[in-house]
Design a protein around this ligand. Structure first.
Ligand SMILES: [Zn+2]
Length: 282
């Protein structure tokens, strides 16, 4: 009897060890992006929140805040906080008006919020928003994102071969991304402090640490170091963001994209939060 008990206890211990190794491996897997990698509890809660939307393909991104909400149906309950139009462009019940206000007003407002959140200081970082079919508005070189005014916002043609005078030193990065990703409506580049700390330790933020919001952030990729403002950095960043929405520029900062400026901004906040949680627990 005692032997049987001993065998059961040993088997239980081995099972626990294997399960924890499995968990760690899936957390570290690059591009870990599928639902199967979430814990059963997180998956259950997500499924509950989504109602009958069973796969990510049935979810669309709110143009105002970047939250994923089920497509093609209306929701009124408090938990789901969403209503959705029939197809892709939707807004959840965040009631953010960002997606509709003038692009320049959005840039000024988001610049202020980036500075207030400590994600940029003084002349750090740059942001842009797509304008019509062929252009974008980008912040000027050396501008203080926390105190932008309309003279700091420069209109650039996306296919431009020469860079307009005064545009951000990273304007090429913005243009490369808009060329490569027609779905990208806005770009945020910032220097989040906890993310920079994590990067200095050679680690990437683990998006899964954000639980539900982690799915909105998606997988985070690293862009090897290139000097600031170079075409090499622009191309490496655009390449890295081919199929994700957030990347870490090694020894430099981060870039996030979204269908709207607000969603790219929220993603940057989430990236910094994920960096904080990763640093704490690793
Ligand atoms: Zn920078």
């Amino acid at each position: 009897m005692q032997r049987i008990l001993l065998v059961v206890v040993v088997l239980l211990i081995i099972w626990r060890i294997l399960a924890s190794i499995g968990r760690r491996l899936s957390e570290k897997a690059p591009g870990a992006d599928s639902f199967s990698r979430f814990s059963p509890e997180a998956r259950r809660r997500r499924q509950q929140a989504r109602g009958e939307a069973r796969t990510m393909e049935e979810l669309v991104e709110c143009i105002a805040c970047g939250t994923f909400v089920p497509a093609g149906r209306s929701l009124t309950d408090g938990d789901s906080r969403a209503f959705a139009a029939k197809t892709a462009v939707i807004r959840c019940a965040c009631r953010q008006s960002m997606g509709e206000t003038d692009p320049r007003t959005q840039l000024i407002a988001v610049g202020e919020r980036l500075a207030a959140a400590g994600l940029v200081r003084e002349s750090e970082g740059n942001i842009s928003i797509r304008l019509g079919d062929s252009g974008c508005v980008v912040t000027s070189t050396g501008s203080d994102l926390g105190r932008l005014d309309s003279s700091d916002l420069i209109e650039v043609v996306i296919e431009a071969t020469t860079i307009p005078f005064g545009a951000s030193s990273e304007v090429q990065l913005h243009l490369e991304l808009y060329r490569l990703r027609p779905d990208v409506g806005a770009i945020v580049h910032a220097h989040p402090p906890r993310l920079l700390q994590l990067d200095a330790e050679g680690k990437l933020p683990i998006w899964r640490r954000l639980e539900d919001r982690g799915k909105m952030l998606g997988s985070v990729v690293a862009v090897p170091y290139h000097a600031e403002g170079t075409l090499a950095l622009a191309q490496a960043t655009a390449g890295a963001l081919r199929s994700t929405k957030a990347c870490v520029l090694q020894k430099h900062g981060a870039v996030t994209v979204g269908p709207s400026l607000m969603s790219a901004f929220v993603r940057m906040l989430d990236l910094e939060r994920a960096a904080g949680l990763t640093g704490k627990r690793s």
